[in-house]
Design a protein around this ligand. Structure first.
Ligand SMILES: C[S@@+](CC[C@H](N)C(=O)[O-])C[C@H]1O[C@@H](n2cnc3c(N)ncnc32)[C@H](O)[C@@H]1O
Length: 259
């Protein structure tokens, strides 16, 4: 497969952490570092493929055009798990570029294997905390879309503070979307779906593409977590919001207020 020699090609050392309000967003620790068994195949593909499609975390803005070697719409996926959905979507849409973020080594190895087997040219991976990647590496207004499918539900009340979809995180993510860029979330936990709907609706730079929850979009294949949720009798809720087209001025005003 043809990818730039090293995904390091996309790292732009001259731009460091932004001074924008989003960069000051509170840090949610939304994951636990599980050891999990890494199969021999996952380990092999992780080692082989991350040298080609992996991007090391750095407090430096990513140059997407250099990273992917072309200009195309860029879609971010946060917490891709084993990457089954990521690989299906990237294969279905060769016209887009996909950046997946995941902390779990077996999952990263699994997506590496799928990318190699399907000869995908449009998938890159960062194995790091998505909050830090968004804050430090992604340029404001650089994403055509973002996917967060079945984020960890943290069902116990005392753990709700670890849920990813909270106002400061949503403000940070929204700032990285281009005007018109979409945010697609899905969950099989009803109270998390309600929280997502409330938080996304309260973000003034976003608008809902429908009233309430979205019909299950065709392009989202079923993941392991979704199948498990369905087996347990859970419903599934999709939410598809879009960054307002007129939101650039509103964001400037927000930055000025907070400066
Ligand atoms: C419940 S799983 C869902 C995986 C996949 N989206 C699916 O539907 O099968 C959530 C995943 O998000 C990852 N995750 C949680 N917080 C993260 C963060 N801050 N940065 C990167 N990955 C994160 C976890 O490691 C886990 O693999």
């Amino acid at each position: 497969m043809t990818v730039p020699d090293s995904a390091q090609a996309g790292l732009n050392a001259d731009t460091g952490m932004g001074t924008d309000a989003a960069a000051r967003a509170g840090h949610i620790r939304s994951f636990v570092r599980r050891q999990g068994r890494v199969s021999n195949a996952q380990q092999r593909y992780h080692q082989e493929m991350m040298a080609k499609i992996g991007v090391p975390y750095a407090a430096a803005r990513l140059d997407f055009d250099a990273l992917f070697g072309r200009v195309a719409p860029r879609i971010l996926e946060i917490g891709f798990g084993m990457g089954e959905t990521s690989a299906v979507i990237a294969a279905l849409h060769p016209e887009n570029d996909y950046l997946g973020i995941e902390v779990h080594t077996p999952g990263v190895g699994s997506l590496c294997k799928l990318v190699a087997e399907k000869c995908l040219h449009n998938q890159r991976i960062i194995q790091h905390d998505a909050v830090e990647v968004l804050r430090d590496m992604l340029m404001p207004g650089s994403l055509a879309g973002a996917h967060i499918f079945f984020p960890d539900p943290w069902p116990k009340m005392r753990h709700h503070k670890r849920r990813l979809l909270q106002a400061p995180f949503v403000a940070l993510l929204t700032s990285r979307l281009q005007p018109g860029g979409y945010l697609h979330c899905a969950t099989d936990w009803e109270d998390y779906a309600q929280q997502m709907l409330a938080v996304l609706s309260a973000e003034t730079l976003l608008e809902n593409t429908v009233s309430g929850y979205a019909p299950r979009p065709e392009q989202r294949p079923q993941t392991k977590f979704e199948q498990r949720g369905r087996r347990l009798g859970h419903g599934v809720w999709d939410l598809v919001f879009r960054r307002r087209l007129d939101s650039l001025q509103a964001e400037d005003d927000r930055q000025n207020e907070l400066a």
